[in-house]
Design a protein around this ligand. Structure first.
Ligand code: ASP
Length: 435
């Protein structure tokens, strides 16, 4: 039985956090595969090592001295080493990296050193074998993981060692160059390792006790979600709930490996389990999430209902500007297109006039400051009158709904309201269904 335990930046941010990690890892023999992020923020004013490395790179690029920033990085690692009396020569690693920096260094290689150095210290502290991901996580040039090559390397490593410590966030390209993932990619490494190991579970240790039903900045102490499906989580993450890197679901979903989000600072709490199977829970909804700043472009034309291909022509225009479309609510002689405002801002007037010319519409209009809010839950399909309750609650609170969208799998209901009603809408939905 093997568990993959991934610890995020805040879980490895200081000597004190290192101790918590050790006690978590040692309390369960199945925790044989440990993945770490680069040391993150130990407190609010602190900086993440990854951010500091990006900053170093920017300084080098503009020919400005990076000494001050580099010494913050050095101090962070030295402090952990000295406080915990870790028997590892991190000093020479740090000074050779500095030499490389002076000579000129590849950006991805430099950025990856955050997880590399954190991993070296943690491996020594736990007594686990350090594995450099450049020899384990292999990417193709298109950015996809070469699972076959990675699996071979992983199997070989496991026959020689029992317990492995693997830094997250990077791997190597076919020519051996280091490639980092997108920010927060340590989550993805954990998922890849869980896939390669056929792990029983992928534990993602962070600084919150699981996924919350709503944003705690809007709803006072929202409930934690105990079980959520991959699809529900994807819907919530897409709509703005930041829990796990978006790409972290795919490597484990196909094998049905559950993910458990847990809190390093509160290991007794079981957090949230993300898995394939739906489970009955008391609440009809699983969670609520939303995003501000969308625009809705409406196209009106008499007798549109008898004209074929009008929506298609309009969508092709958006495609030509490389704009991704969120929703397309339709009427009889009108339809609307909902997009992120930022994605059309640079060419908005040009786009509107092209739409008018292409469609010969009677009216093309745009409304900005739209927020989209998703109410997500697989159990909604079993409850009649769900949307009725939702709309009544919003109506009672004087919230004007500008867009409604629901797909027929009924996993979510998305509504659009004015930005100024965003917080009130989320709170109203929470009070109606979650309390
Ligand atoms: N250290 C990287 C970041 O800050 C990756 C991670 O933490 O997962 O984005």
């Amino acid at each position: 039985m093997v568990k993959v335990s991934k610890f995020g930046g805040s879980s490895v941010a200081s000597a004190e956090q290192f101790k918590k990690v050790k006690s978590i890892v040692q309390s369960d023999q199945a925790r044989k595969l440990v993945v770490v992020s680069a040391a993150g923020k130990a407190h609010k004013e602190d900086n993440k090592i990854t951010d500091l490395l990006y900053l170093c790179h920017a300084h080098i690029k503009y020919g400005i001295s990076f000494d001050n920033i580099y010494s913050i990085i050095e101090n962070k690692f030295l402090n952990i080493k000295n406080t915990l009396k870790i028997n590892f020569d991190i000093e020479s690693e740090l000074s050779s990296l500095k030499q490389e920096l002076i000579k000129g260094i590849d950006e991805d290689y430099l950025i990856s050193r955050g997880e590399y150095l954190t991993g070296l210290l943690m491996a020594q502290y736990l007594g686990y074998k350090f594995v450099d991901p450049k020899n384990l996580i292999f990417f193709n040039y298109n950015g996809n993981v070469d699972y076959q090559k990675s699996q071979e390397a992983f199997d070989k490593l496991l026959t020689e060692n029992n317990n492995l410590l693997i830094p997250g966030f990077y791997g190597s390209l076919p020519n051996g160059e280091i490639k980092v993932m997108t920010r927060g990619g340590g989550d993805v490494t954990g998922a890849i390792i869980a896939n390669l190991a056929n792990a029983e579970i992928y534990e993602n240790w962070t600084d919150v006790s699981g996924v919350l039903m709503a944003d705690p900045r809007i709803v006072d102490s929202p409930k934690e979600i105990d079980v959520i499906t991959y699809t529900e989580l994807r819907e919530l993450s897409y709509m703005g709930a930041s829990i796990l890197h978006e790409e972290a679901i795919f490597p484990i979903k196909e094998k049905g490996i559950p993910i458990q989000i847990r809190n390093t600072n509160k290991p007794e709490s079981l957090g949230t389990i993300i898995k394939n199977t739906e489970r009955k829970s008391k609440s009809i909804i699983t969670g609520i999430a939303g995003k501000k700043d969308f625009s809705i472009i409406s196209i009106k034309k008499n007798h549109m209902s008898t004209e074929v291909g009008l929506i298609n022509k309009t969508l092709a225009l958006f495609e030509s500007y490389n704009v991704s479309i969120e929703h397309i609510p339709t009427g009889i002689d009108s339809f609307s297109i909902v997009v992120e405002t930022a994605s059309i801002k640079p060419f908005i007037h040009e786009l509107l006039s092209k739409i008018k010319d292409t469609t010969n519409a009677d009216e093309v209009s745009i409304v900005n400051e739209l927020s989209l809010i998703a109410t997500v839950g697989h159990q909604m399909k079993n409850h009649k009158g769900m949307s009725g309750r939702l709309f009544t609650a919003l109506g009672k609170n004087n919230i004007n709904i500008m867009v409604i969208s629901q797909t027929n799998d009924e996993i979510n209901i998305i509504i659009g309201v004015h930005n100024s009603d965003y917080e009130k809408t989320i709170a109203t939905i929470y009070n109606e269904f979650a309390k």
